[in-house]
Design a protein around this ligand. Structure first.
Ligand code: MN
Length: 216
């Protein structure tokens, strides 16, 4: 097929133990999937149907790559999340990711009942570690985020309100979930600001870790 423009390079992520890379298609994110985070954001932790937003593939930032502090914000927040990577036949594997958020722009969008894109979808908004192949459902694993060596978020993926199979079912019905898609499954409590010069370390036990430094 001839294209009027050169094809734009795809976003890919390394796969642990493999020379092959994972091609990133859609990036789905679950909102308020841990009760303690729902409370800290002023929400009701009762089990409401999960809600979703989408980040573009250009938001991906691989492990150990420099993060550029985005424009139009003075309140960039971290949200450490377990990431599910979808393959041809369901779950391909898992990674640790950070749902970076321009909290001031997200708050403005909420106040004005506008879409969340400016708060959630920007270059380097989706740092993600290498993908660990594992087709089974991951029910239990400590999840943590540190800034400059100080722990800011600490939880366990067993605290998720909506579990992985339920999220996959709902995404499959609402959208067209398919191979190459990533799902950021929500964050535990402790979200907060990231500043220029900070080093961020994110982990989910059993998965390759994720680190990045923030530059101006
Ligand atoms: Mn999030």
């Amino acid at each position: 097929m001839a294209l009027i423009l050169d094809k734009i390079p795809d976003s890919t992520l390394p796969v642990s133990g493999s020379a092959l890379r994972f091609p990133v298609n859609n990036i789905f994110c679950v909102g308020r999937n841990y009760a303690d985070h729902a409370v800290e954001m002023g929400g009701d932790p009762d089990r409401e149907p999960p809600f979703f937003f989408i980040k573009p593939p250009f938001a991906i930032l691989a492990d150990d790559a420099p993060m550029t502090y985005p424009k139009f914000t003075s309140d960039l927040h971290h949200e450490v999340e377990l990431v599910v990577a979808m393959g041809d036949d369901g779950i391909f594997g898992y990674a640790v990711g950070v749902d970076m958020t321009r909290r001031d722009l997200q708050g403005e969008a909420k106040d004005k009942s506008r879409p969340w894109e400016a708060g959630k979808s920007f270059v380097h908004a989706a740092p993600c570690g290498a993908i660990q192949p594992n087709a089974s459902v991951l029910n239990e694993a400590p999840i943590e985020l540190s800034i400059n060596g100080e722990v800011r978020q600490s939880g366990n993926v067993n605290q998720m309100i909506w579990k992985i199979p339920e999220i996959i079912d709902r995404l499959s019905e609402l959208f067209a979930l398919g191979p190459g898609d990533l799902i950021y499954t929500g964050t535990p409590a402790g979200v907060g600001p990231v500043e220029v010069g900070d080093k961020v370390d994110a982990s989910v036990a059993g998965l390759p870790s994720l680190s990045f430094k923030v530059h101006s």
